[in-house]
Design a protein. Structure first.
Length: 318
């Protein structure tokens, strides 16, 4: 149960400058019961207040500047809290962590817009950040357990640039971003080491070949990075498609090939205490898809004879 209350105030400092200030309060009362062990696994309550503020300056018809701050909370899923142990083999298991705390993030961002282009830069400070870790198990010698943990603090600095392109036959949406994450934790097994930033690129392109058909090409690149404890390897994917419209643009046919080179992966390494882990997961992201969509036109207007729908419920809640 998470009852919440909100308050928001908006105003103008001038014709070109407007602002908003708000606050959100939440009270969380969480209880989790296991049907397997017939016992209470989680029983916790906490109260949080999250302020937010926005200042926007429309400099002229082409330029726009904004600065904002917001606070937010990310609660762990019940599956992440369930301490039930799932054995993969005699020495490897998975488990939840009933001591997980909610993650609190304070986010600051400024953005500059010029026509359709946008440049953003920001800083996020997260407390009790969620991560997964392979830790020593307690059921046998050399055993390990894979479970979620809280990182004390995560600092994140980023900048992103968005560049759309629109010409006669070519439409494109492109994003490039640069992110630097750093873990800060007082536990000796989580000593922070080398930090390396991450480059992210995304591009979507569509090409109209006269009135015959449309070609689509899109791709994403996620560069390698290191936040001091966790190191991730780079990955990418490329997709392509072709579409055509029939019957006065009422029927649309599209054929898409996703992850053409079967290249997408989640790979990296980390060391916590005496446990060193290197992993690589491959997803089933390579597929072929044929889509047929038909537009039957505008629906007829619907006339309602009764216009007081819900009034009884409104009166009951007031």
């Amino acid at each position: 149960m998470v009852p919440a209350a909100y308050a928001q105030f908006k105003g103008k400092l001038s014709e070109k400058v407007n602002y908003s200030i708000g606050v959100r309060s939440e009270f969380t009362d969480a209880i989790g019961v296991s049907n397997i062990t017939d016992s209470t696994l989680l029983d916790t309550t906490y109260f949080n207040i999250f302020p937010n503020a926005l200042l926007n300056w429309r400099i002229n018809e082409k330029w726009n500047l904004s600065v904002n701050y917001s606070g937010r909370i990310d609660r762990p899923r019940f599956q992440s809290l369930d301490p039930f142990v799932w054995y993969q083999d005699s020495l490897t298991s998975r488990s939840g962590n009933p001591f997980l705390k909610p993650e609190i993030t304070h986010a600051f961002e400024t953005s500059v817009g010029y026509k359709m282009y946008s440049l953003k830069a920001g800083y996020n400070y997260s407390m009790n950040h969620f991560r997964y870790a392979v830790l020593p198990g307690g059921f046998a010698e050399n055993s390990v357990v894979f479970k979620p943990i809280n990182i004390e603090n995560l600092h994140s600095v980023y900048a992103s640039l968005t560049i759309p392109v629109q010409v006669k036959f070519w439409n494109s949406f492109n994003t490039a971003s640069f992110t630097l994450n750093k873990i800060v934790d007082s536990r000796p097994e989580l000593v922070s080491g080398v930090v390396r930033p991450q480059l992210y690129l995304y591009s979507y392109n569509s090409f109209d070949v006269k009135d015959w058909f449309r070609l689509e090409l899109m791709g994403e690149y996620v560069g390698s990075q290191n936040d001091g404890v966790y190191s991730n390897k780079d990955t990418y994917w490329v997709a392509a498609g072709i579409s055509k419209q029939f019957f006065n643009k009422k029927l649309m046919c599209q054929f898409l090939v996703n992850d053409i080179f079967v290249s997408y992966r989640d790979a990296g390494s980390y060391t916590i205490g005496q446990t060193a882990v290197e992993y690589e997961w491959r997803m089933s992201s390579n597929f072929y898809r044929l889509t047929l969509r038909y537009n039957f036109g505008k629906l007829k207007d619907i006339i309602y004879n009764t216009k007081n729908t819900g009034e009884d419920e409104i009166e009951r809640t007031n």
